[in-house]
Design a protein around this ligand. Structure first.
Ligand SMILES: NC(=O)c1ccc[n+]([C@@H]2O[C@H](COP(=O)([O-])OP(=O)(O)OC[C@H]3O[C@@H](n4cnc5c(N)ncnc54)[C@H](O)[C@@H]3O)[C@@H](O)[C@H]2O)c1
Ligand SMILES: [Zn+2]
Length: 338
């Protein structure tokens, strides 16, 4: 299945299916110098499959985890390309999760003021979320995603067969982002997830629906004003829960909990049902006051109001701006209901 990015300003195709890695040269122009970037945690056969499709490739293996989104990685990437004589017509292929995609994309955005990069996302989170939309970034001085740019990929290959090596926990956290998108804008996908007995056989369809939704949202509002923030459903309180957990909870797990705070009625019950089905947590053990401390530090906050995406009915959403007092009440009353 191929999803075309619908905007006129940026155009690239995203192909979803099983066993695509071996055919990468049918989707990407690899007949040039190519730097394949991966990390130590990504099974080596995935970058290996891409390398086999290239005639003049270099391989760079970054360390695993958030620490790879660093200026050190950028220097390594640029050094490797300079030494191998990469020019503007050459390309980068990122093979990995959101970490590799973000740092490789940013390196490509800056090298010679922008060269092509292709994304081969290998986690579910990166297949449905970070590989499209064009955001690239590194962390700096302990601040996440603080330096980056918009640089759309030249193409994306989401090969569902790579999901077989993901830990169940990483798979579930990717499902949290899928549930987020289905809850705010795709009632049919939401129903499909509720009805399926085993999601694995329909992963291509699930990923394609999620990608179509994300691409639609980002293309109608490419640079994060207004509409794009629907993708923050579950994230504002989720980020606070994630920070309060001090790394114990994965991002997707915290987002799952965040969605519970910002949904109501039957929509909340259905979201909870899906979260449980995919082994995601639905509540946290932190006090409302603790969570508020972290909400106040949210970099997306403007003034003293917090903008929340709320879902009262599956498939629709509403933005609500809450004062700290109202937000504290919301968090506390949700806790009282549990
Ligand atoms: N650019 C965006 O729009 C955007 C959106 C969301 C998140 N992000 C970023 O994405 C990052 C998180 O991405 P992530 O969750 O993919 O994390 P990740 O890239 O760190 O991958 C998680 C772990 O899984 C391993 N891995 C990757 N593929 C695997 C596979 N197929 N089998 C087994 N192990 C595999 C990796 O080595 C890593 O240790 C964060 O840095 C976040 O800021 C970016
Ligand atoms: Zn997220």
């Amino acid at each position: 299945m191929t999803v075309e990015h619908p905007s006129k300003a940026v155009s690239y195709s995203v192909t979803v299916g099983s066993g695509l890695l071996e055919q990468a040269s049918s989707y990407f122009n690899l007949d040039r110098k190519v730097l394949v970037i991966t990390d130590e945690g990504v099974p080596t056969q995935y970058a290996g499959a891409i390398l086999k499709c290239c005639s003049q490739a270099e391989l760079l293996v970054l360390p695993q985890g958030e620490c790879a989104k660093s200026t050190g990685s950028l220097e390594l990437i640029w050094e490797t390309m300079l030494e191998a004589g990469f020019d503007r017509s050459d390309a980068i292929v990122a093979v990995g999760g959101g970490v590799v995609g973000d740092v490789a994309g940013f390196a490509a955005a800056c090298y010679l003021r922008g060269i092509d990069y292709y994304n081969v996302p290998t986690t579910l989170l990166s297949q449905v979320d970070s590989s499209v939309g064009g955001k690239t970034a590194i962390n700096f001085l302990g601040v996440k995603n603080i330096v980056g740019s918009f640089h759309a990929p030249a193409g994306v290959l989401a090969d569902t067969s790579v999901l077989s090596t993901l830990s169940p926990r990483l798979f579930s956290e990717g499902m949290a982002e899928v549930i987020k998108m289905a809850a705010t804008g795709s009632p049919s996908l939401f129903r499909k997830l509720e009805e399926c007995v085993d999601v694995h056989p329909i992963m291509s369809e699930v990923i394609t629906s999620a990608l179509e939704y994300k691409l639609d949202v980002v293309s109608s509002d490419y640079s994060e004003k207004g509409l794009r923030s629907v993708l923050n459903f579950g994230h504002t309180i989720g980020h606070a829960v994630e920070a309060a957990s001090g790394g114990a909870l994965y991002h997707g797990e915290a987002v799952a909990i965040g969605m519970m705070y910002t949904s109501s009625g039957q929509a909340r019950r259905r979201i909870e049902g899906l979260l449980r089905k995919f082994n995601l947590p639905v509540k946290d053990a932190y006090s409302a006051a603790d969570l508020m401390q972290y909400v106040r530090r949210d970099k997306k906050r403007r003034g003293s109001l917090t903008k929340l995406v709320c879902v009262d009915e599956i498939g629709t959403y509403e933005f609500r701006e809450l004062s700290d007092e109202a937000l504290m009440d919301l968090i506390q009353s949700h806790k009282n209901e549990e």
